[in-house]
Design a protein around this ligand. Structure first.
Ligand code: PRP
Length: 204
C-alpha cells in the first residue's frame, strides 16, 4: 500500500483527475467529510490534508508520498525529496501592493500566509520587514492599512485586480509537485517506483 497525502482545496480536483487518469479508482465525494480514501485493488490510500500539512505527513513518514504546491514545500522547511513536477497547479508567489508603492520606511510591513517565503525574500534584498501572518483574505491588508504590501499567490490575478492591487515583483513560480519520503523510498521501493512510473507515464 502506498500512502499519499493529498492537498485539499485549490489543487484537489486536479489531483483526483490526475490520479484517475493514471488508472487509480478513487473518487472525491464533495459531500463527504471522510479524510481518507482507498483504491484497494491498486493499493493506494489517500489522506486529505491542508496543503501546508502535506510535507509534514511526508517528512514524518506517515504518508510515503504527497502531492501539493511548491509553495507548501518552501513554507514547511522540511527535508523531503521532490522527484516529479506535475503538469497542473501553475501559479506564482508574488510581492503585491498598490501600483505606485515606493519604499519609504523600514521595516516594511508585510501581510502574508507565507511568512518563511516573505522573510527569505526581504532578507535576500537586504530589507527589513515586519511580517504579519494572516490566514486568508490577505489582499485586504494594504487596503485597510494593516500592511504596506503583501506576499501571496496569484493564479488568475482576479483577486488582486478586484482589490485594486498589482504585482510588484515575482518571487517564484509555483507548480504541483510530487514529494517523497526518503526512508519510505528505501523500504517500499517497488511499490513506490510502480506508483511514480504510473504518474510519469501521463506527465510526458
Ligand atoms: C488564494 C491567494 C489569493 C487568491 C489568488 O487565496 O491567497 O488570495 O487565491 O487567486 P487569483 O489570482 O486566481 O484571484 P484562496 O483562494 O486560497 O483564499 P484565502 O484568501 O482564503 O486564502
Amino acid at each position: 500500500m502506498v500512502n499519499i497525502a493529498i492537498a485539499k482545496g485549490r489543487l484537489e480536483k486536479d489531483i483526483f483527475e490526475f490520479l484517475n487518469k493514471a488508472g487509480y479508482r478513487i473518487q472525491n465525494n464533495k459531500d463527504s467529510r471522510k479524510l481518507f480514501i482507498e483504491d484497494e485493488e491498486r493499493k493506494i490510500k489517500c489522506f486529505l490534508v491542508k496543503p501546508m500539512d502535506v510535507p509534514i505527513y511526508v517528512s514524518n513518514n506517515i504518508a510515503d508520498v504527497g502531492i501539493c504546491g511548491t509553495d507548501s514545500i518552501v513554507e514547511s522547511e522540511v527535508n523531503i525529496l521532490q522527484p516529479l513536477k506535475l503538469p497542473f497547479g501553475k501559479s506564482r508567489m508574488v510581492l503585491a501592493g498598490f501600483k505606485n508603492w515606493q519604499l519609504k520606511r523600514q521595516p516594511i510591513v508585510v501581510a502574508t500566509k507565507f511568512p518563511i517565503t516573505a522573510k527569505r525574500y526581504f532578507e535576500s534584498h537586504g530589507l527589513e520587514a515586519k511580517i504579519i501572518k494572516l490566514n486568508g483574505s490577505v489582499e485586504l491588508a494594504p487596503i485597510v492599512g494593516l500592511a504596506d504590501v503583501i506576499v501571496d499567490i496569484v493564479e488568475t490575478g482576479t483577486t488582486l485586480k478586484e482589490n485594486g492591487l498589482v504585482i510588484l515583483d515575482e518571487i517564484y513560480k509555483i507548480s504541483a509537485m510530487l514529494v517523497l519520503n526518503e526512508i519510505a523510498y528505501r523500504t517500499k521501493r517497488i511499490e513506490i517506483t510502480e506508483f511514480l512510473d504510473s504518474l510519469r507515464g501521463i506527465t510526458k
